[in-house]
Design a protein around this ligand. Structure first.
Ligand code: C2E
Ligand code: MG
Ligand code: MG
Length: 580
């Protein structure tokens, strides 16, 4: 390929444009020789000339040149320095060729390294040679530029989230890692805000991913509008976003930012005619206050976000030492729970349920306790939610079920005809519950009627379809089902009617003002009567006084449970209690 052919190809037919050259040489004779040689090539050319580095840099800054022929030896500046300055300003369109009278390989290398496209010896220049050098240099330069551009584009792709156009997780990690040490070195503060949309899963599941994606784009636009110039906004993935905010005006500016985020994201998003509710939970960690290390800072913000979710969503939560302590405690508890599952540290206590009319014990509810090696005997409030969150409730729940069944089968509950076992939300959702229950019944040779399962009301509403199927399976085994803590959830009567339920356990909170509060009494009566009218057996829990027991009995409750009759106790204490 000849130089001109190459030029034609590169220019895509635009090679007819004159080639714009800047010739820089302090020696008039050399300038004349070079420009004469160039013109002999009979190419359309325009040649500007400069005699000094200063002139050359000024001309370079003004005009758009295709190539610069630069004498290495100039009166006012080293040729390498001129080269560097031109490269520093070039917008990537000018090729630079060094001209020199010295045949010096070392210098040639340094010029090329400094960004020159070629290094030419003045004494070797022929018109042909010169034109070829210029056009080759231009071509090489363009290829370099094209490579640079595609490299930039690749970097963009690697650092950009294609859905929202925001920076992605990779970019975020890089930036945070760089920003934290810089903040430490220069003594400024930065805050990390982690944002997680509330209930986005429902949007995705309910309306499809297309709608979910469009919602994310709207959210990204709103976030972009809120974040200040200089702050870094990224989408970490899914419905998680992050902002690295440089706190020039102190912590108040973070408060203000968080508040704006909460406010602006609270407005529903309209997608395809659907009005979708939005809100966001935000976790905030400050550098250097909470940590001077990027990874730790992220963990702090993550914990704070988790806390914001737990506290009811749609809020911002700051990381604090207190939170740290709680989190450490959770981590420790999880660790200890795993050990207890391996080596056994759980016990079942039983609380009798009493027939309201006769006073006879008609059932006992199994309630789990954990004999912790350091913390002593723990109630379910100290560990069950952690077990739920970590999935450990699975093996724990299996143990409870097997142990309760074994205890009643072995006569350890004396004359108690039925044992009630609590099932958690996770247990109900996990596959194979009905099969495991059947296996436990078979292994302990129990009549199904000797077992009742208790399920809290809130579980049923959140996953009605799943719950219905599982409950029907349990019912088919012959095991009865009670709804626990009834009245504290939001289940509608229509739901209750469709579920295969035997018993409602009225929550103890309905007894708070009983017997003295007239309104509370009326409410309790209505609840009991309604439940009975629907054909359910009614248990009232949390009966603490004789007066409460009488009121409940008068209102028609079938069964009573509470401290007035007995506290939960190990089976070894239950037997003497039953004899009394
Ligand atoms: P729950 O199933 O509603 O159990 C009744 C709770 O009320 C028990 O608390 C019991 O000790 C307490 N209680 C009973 N009578 C009275 C009373 O007269 N006054 C007051 N103030 N409280 C009374 P506990 O044992 O701390 O259990 C708390 C909750 O933990 C249970 O509420 C149940 O939801 C859950 N739970 C307990 N054991 C298990 C289990 O083995 N598996 C699962 N999934 N959950 C369990
Ligand atoms: Mg219960
Ligand atoms: Mg209850």
């Amino acid at each position: 390929m000849t130089a001109t052919a190459a030029e034609d190809e590169m220019d895509d037919g635009r090679a007819v444009q004159p080639l714009r050259l800047l010739l820089v040489d302090d020696d008039a004779v050399d300038r004349l020789a070079v420009s004469r040689a160039l013109r002999q090539a009979k190419l359309p050319l325009s040649i500007a000339e400069s005699r000094t580095a200063e002139e050359a840099l000024a001309a370079f800054a003004e005009g758009a040149f295709d190539a610069v022929l630069l004498d290495y030896r100039l009166p006012d500046m080293d040729g390498l320095e001129v080269l560097r300055r031109m490269n520093g300003r070039a917008h990537g369109s000018t090729a630079i060729l060094m001209l020199t009278g010295m045949d010096d390989d070392d210098l040639a290398t340094r010029c090329i390294e400094a960004g020159a496209q070629d290094f030419l010896l003045k004494q070797d220049l022929t018109p042909r040679h010169l034109i070829r050098a210029v056009t080759h240099a231009r071509m090489r330069h363009r290829i370099e530029m094209a490579l640079l551009e595609s490299h930039e584009r690749l970097r963009e792709l690697a650092e950009q989230d294609p859905l929202t156009g925001l920076a992605n997780r990779y970019y975020f990690d890089q930036t945070l890692r760089a920003a934290v040490p810089r903040a430490m070195r220069y003594g400024f503060k930065l805050s990390l805000l982690l944002l997680d949309l509330d209930n986005f899963k429902f949007i995705n599941d309910g309306h499809g991913h297309d709608v979910g994606d469009r919602m994310l784009r709207v959210v990204a636009d709103r976030l972009t509008a809120i974040t200040r110039e200089g702050d870094i906004l990224c989408r970490l993935g899914g419905d998680e976003f992050a902002i690295i905010a440089f706190q020039h005006e102190g912590v108040e500016s973070v408060h203000a930012l968080a508040q704006r985020l909460l406010d602006d994201l609270a407005a529903p998003v309209v997608v395809e005619g659907l009005t979708l509710p939005t809100s966001v939970s935000i976790g905030i960690a400050l550098c250097p206050d909470n940590s001077d290390n990027a990874d730790e800072l992220f963990k702090c913000a993550d914990l704070a976000m988790y806390r914001a979710k737990r506290d009811g969503r749609n809020q911002a939560h700051y990381f604090s030492d207190d939170l740290q302590t709680q989190v450490m405690r959770r981590v420790q508890t999880e660790h200890d729970l795993r050990a207890a599952i391996e080596t056994g540290g759980f016990e079942l206590f039983y609380q009798p349920q009493v027939d309201a009319a006769t006073g006879a014990v008609c059932a006992a509810e199994a309630l789990i306790r954990w004999r912790h090696p350091e913390r002593g005997l723990l109630g379910p409030g100290a560990f069950l939610d952690i077990a739920e969150d970590t999935g450990l409730i699975g093996p724990i729940g299996d143990w409870v079920l097997a142990t309760a069944c074994a205890d009643i089968a072995a006569g350890r509950l004396g004359s108690v005809p039925r044992v009630a076992v609590n099932l958690s939300a996770q247990q109900l959702r996990a596959a194979g519950l009905v099969e495991r229950l059947a296996a436990v019944l078979a292994a302990s040779r129990l009549e199904p009627s000797q077992v009742e399962v208790e399920i809290t009301e809130s579980v049923l509403i959140s996953d009605f379809g799943v719950a219905l199927g599982v409950l029907e399976g349990i019912r088919d085994l012959g095991v009865s089902i009670a709804i626990d803590d009834f009245g504290t959830g939001y289940s509608s009567l229509a739901y209750l009617k469709r579920l295969p339920i035997d018993c409602l356990k009225v929550d103890k909170s309905f007894l708070n003002q009983v017997p003295e509060g007239e309104k509370d009494k009326r409410l309790l009566r209505a609840l009991i009567q309604m439940a009975r009218a629907m054909g359910f057996r009614v248990v009232v829990e949390g009966v603490e006084t004789r007066a409460q027991a009488e009121v409940c009995r008068d209102f028609g409750a079938d069964t009573l449970q509470g401290f007035h009759f007995a506290r939960p106790m190990p089976w070894t204490e239950l037997l003497p209690f039953l004899k009394d």
